[in-house]
Design a protein around this ligand. Sequence first.
Ligand SMILES: O=C(O)C(=O)C[C@H](O)[C@H](O)CO
Length: 319
Amino acid sequence: MTDIVSFGETMLRLSPPRGERLERTRELDVQAGGAESNVAVAAARLGANSVWLSKLPESPLGRRLVSELRSHGVRTGIAWDDADETRLGTYYLEHGGRPRGTNVIYDRADAAITTATPEELPKAAVRDAEVFYTSGITPALSETLAETTATLLQTARENGTTTAFDLNYRSKLWTPEEAKAGYEALFPHIDVLVAAERDAATCLGRTGDPETVARGLADDFDFETVVVTRSERGSLAVSDGQVYEQGVYAADTYDAIGTGDAFVGGFLAKRVDGGNVPESLAYGAATASLKRTIDGDLAVVTPEEVASVVGDDAGGISR
Ligand SMILES: O=C(O)C(=O)C[C@H](O)[C@H](O)CO
């Protein structure tokens, strides 16, 4: 049985050397980056049997992404698109530093994945998985993908696969009102919701202390578990009515992109390994803190490193 199947877009992440501006750089570092594959990689590196589903151009660019993800132990289920003009999404990442923020420029319109239908994807993988994971980025990419996402979540649910979803609001893809409608169409199919405190406020109008936000969402949409992530203030989960809090583990931030995905990957990997909710929150937090120290989207970590952060009481506030 597969532990975790994720579905979503992965792009080529192109970034100039630190300190260089996009408008004058002569060099771009090339890596794979996409929320759902980031989760699959983090989980795979922590020992979970992970599969990433997507649609990619049948081209050297599509093959490059697949080989990079496979190198971390992720298996892939790809609908290959051999049309002449098919595209792979890219994103440009210009690293910032105070007072200049990090800037992301997407070039992802009409990427191959925007036409992905459930029939093209290996639905058996979703049916056989313990957890199916996707995020709010996927339904934001096209009408077709919104429908495909709903069908895959439904397929998972009907076959006893736990479904997990991160709001992952991206203001460059849709408005808060569009996101709210998109999320609420999917909520009936979701067991585990991960919501950044800021996304819950911006898109769902849920404000107040994190326990109120998590309980409100769990009660209103009948989620089994809601995890509210709060950046440097840690995270809080409400699961089957119980509340659990987790602090952050201290980290030097080299590259913050993918930190939230590392948290989810660590959390899910521990859950499928039999961990309870507080243990899984601790693994998520530790994986996220390690990710901060690593260049790129991917949490290139080992189980031993994560266990050592979790075990190191001096490193964080674990409650
Ligand atoms: O923003 C997106 O759509 C991406 O998937 C790019 C990054 O990989 C992602 O934001 C990291 O969470």
